[in-house]
Design a protein around this ligand. Structure first.
Ligand code: HEM
Length: 200
């Protein structure tokens, strides 16, 4: 970041790409950080259920930010990956999956389908935070003696796949939002939230 702001080249070869493509870096990192900071609020039932108007407004900002970040992740990861084709392919596959989840989440809530809105948002978030655990795999591969650049491909594939899998396991364990239980309790299930998910 300091190099990016000053326009100077960092010593680290890995960081070069960010300074050489500053706009791609800004357009990926800035909305990405915004999304990652705001998403936990959106996902938390206690907060969401007390402030639905805020959830909708912040949600539009965050969904937009996540989509911008995702598009530039595709471009940056696809064209300027540090780990070559293995990393670029993971960036494209999981970048497309991230964008698909977001689009399907927004489409779901536009037709008042809260159940699927939540499911697709959880899938998107699981991928969004996937970049964090790539660091763990990079460290493990480093300890195992693999060189840094070659570690990126496997680290990306393992990390994002595990996140996608964990999201599915989470959704299997908790298929419905607490909102649904609440509405059943009130015995006034609205048609928009009715029933357990029959599809993704
Ligand atoms: C990062 C996660 C999330 C984001 C970015 C997000 C985004 C949004 C957006 C953009 C809308 C408004 C759509 C519109 O009408 O323009 C919305 C509405 C809504 N979302 Fe989310 N959402 C997230 C997570 C969740 C989760 C986990 C649930 C759980 C059920 C949920 C429940 C709802 C509900 C109930 C509404 C409709 C509120 C109302 O109209 O009263 N959202 N969300």
């Amino acid at each position: 970041m300091p190099n990016l702001a000053a326009g100077t080249l960092p010593e680290d070869e890995f960081d070069h790409r960010y300074v050489e493509q500053p706009w791609l870096a800004y357009l990926h990192l800035t909305p990405g950080v915004l999304y990652l900071l705001g998403a936990p609020l959106q996902l938390a039932y206690r907060f969401r259920s007390r402030h639905y108007t805020f959830h909708r407004r912040l949600g539009r900002v965050l969904a937009g930010a996540a989509m911008i970040s995702g598009v530039f992740a595709l471009i940056f990861g696809g064209l300027f990956s540090y780990g070559g084709l293995p990393e670029a392919s993971a960036a494209v596959v999981f970048g497309l999956w991230f964008l698909t989840c977001l689009v399907l989440a927004v489409r779901a809530i536009r037709r008042d389908d809260i159940v699927h809105h939540r499911r697709w948002m959880i899938r998107a978030f699981a991928i969004g935070i996937g970049i964090g655990t790539t660091r763990i795999w990079l460290a493990l591969f480093g300890v195992a003696g693999l060189d840094f650049a070659s570690s990126f491909g496997p680290a990306f594939w393992i990390s994002f796949s595990l996140h996608a899998l964990l999201a599915e396991l989470w959704l299997r364990a908790f298929p419905n939002p607490p909102e649904l239980a609440q509405e059943s309790l009130d015995s006034s299930l609205s048609p928009r939230a009715a029933g357990a998910p029959s599809s993704p």
